[in-house]
Design a protein around this ligand. Structure first.
Ligand code: BTN
Length: 337
């Protein structure tokens, strides 16, 4: 906290700020100021210190704290309230705790190091300090649990578009919401929800993006990629986070609006404009897929996405299956992704 307060003071001035002034303003000893400055330096902030003149912020660090993100994010509701952790086990868990404490819809929980990140189907989500983006958004739409699939597809599509816009890399989606670049996974989404009676109480939308990872554990090397690996250059994560929040907010607001206007339509339906865009980016369609569900694995050709967001798969003997959940591997240039 002290370091963050000092940062705010340094950011306000383009010139040196004396240690004396900082210690007076924050009612801290000079040693405490010096220690906090060192902490900021260890996080990657470049701070010039000159005896008798004080401290000057030369450049900021790639840290995803509230103070770094707020000035860059132009959203109305998502990210109004940002809760930052230098490290935490899972941002999805922090969001659930936040809901218990009465946090508002749109609160974003974000960390620079997630120590026990979870993926879909009970898998781990690989993390490397300051290499990835790990964030969760608390949402409280007035919907029933059966409407969660459209939210899941919509989230995948908006992260996909945000990544493409800021990096220039051609991005696709793999049903339901993985983001794929060059046949490998670059981002994943884990949606968890709590229900009360027939209705959703909250949704936690957990988003993980591989940004500056230079490598991955051997077991996922052939399937995972990062912005750094694809472009050969490190990418500023702050910019990406803000684009994701802005894009998602836009799409989420439109979806909620359409839901209100379309009471006569199937409540689960995805707005046609999203569905068409989703389909045009979906790598499953027209490809051989293997579907892994709880007690069942089958293969076939994915042919389409229904109005409600399910994946249609034609089995080898011609029957059609409607897939509502599960893990779907797609045969691509690197084998199955
Ligand atoms: C997947 O593709 O399997 C989903 C990965 C989701 C990872 C994110 S990182 C932020 C949030 N917190 C978690 O523990 N998981 C999600």
């Amino acid at each position: 906290m002290t370091a963050e307060q000092i940062l705010i003071i340094l950011k306000k001035s383009s010139d040196f700020v004396s240690g004396e002034l900082i210690s007076e303003e924050l009612k801290l000893s000079r040693t405490a100021v010096w220690k906090a400055i060192n902490k900021l330096k260890s996080k990657g902030y470049m701070i010039e210190s000159i005896p008798h003149r004080g401290y000057r912020l030369v450049s900021s660090a790639d840290v995803l704290s509230k103070n770094e993100l707020h000035p860059l994010c132009h959203t109305k509701m998502i990210g109004n309230h940002i809760v930052y952790f230098e490290s935490c086990s899972s941002t999805n868990d922090e969001a659930k705790i936040g809901d218990l404490h009465g946090d508002e819809e749109g609160t974003v929980y974000i960390t620079d190091l997630q120590t026990k990140g979870r993926g879909r189907m009970g898998r781990d989500w690989h993390n490397q300090e300051k290499a990835g983006v790990a964030l969760s958004i608390l949402l409280k739409p007035v919907i029933s649990p059966s409407q969660i699939l459209p939210v899941s597809l919509l989230a995948g599509l908006s992260v996909c578009k945000a990544l493409e816009e800021v990096t220039g890399l051609p991005c696709q989606v793999k049903w339901p919401n993985d983001v794929i670049v060059n046949g490998k996974k670059i981002a994943g989404i884990l949606i968890e929800m709590s229900t009360v009676g027939e209705m959703v109480q909250y949704i936690v939308l957990g988003i993980g993006v591989n940004c500056n990872n230079s490598s991955f554990p051997q077991e996922i090397t052939s399937k995972a990629t990062s912005i750094l690996i694809e472009t050969g250059m490190p990418f500023p994560r702050k910019q990406l986070v803000c684009k994701i929040l802005e894009n998602f907010e836009n799409d989420y607001f439109k979806w909620v609006e359409e839901l209100d206007e379309s009471k006569s339509r199937s409540l689960n339906a995805i707005p046609p404009s999203y569905l068409n865009e989703y389909k045009s980016r979906c790598i499953n369609i027209g490809h051989e897929v293997v579907v892994h569900q709880k007690d069942l694995t089958f293969n076939g050709i994915a042919t389409d996405i229904t109005l409600d967001g399910e994946l249609l798969v034609t089995l080898p003997h011609g029957d059609e299956r409607v897939v509502l959940s599960g893990e779907v591997s797609v045969r691509g240039i690197y084998g199955y992704v």
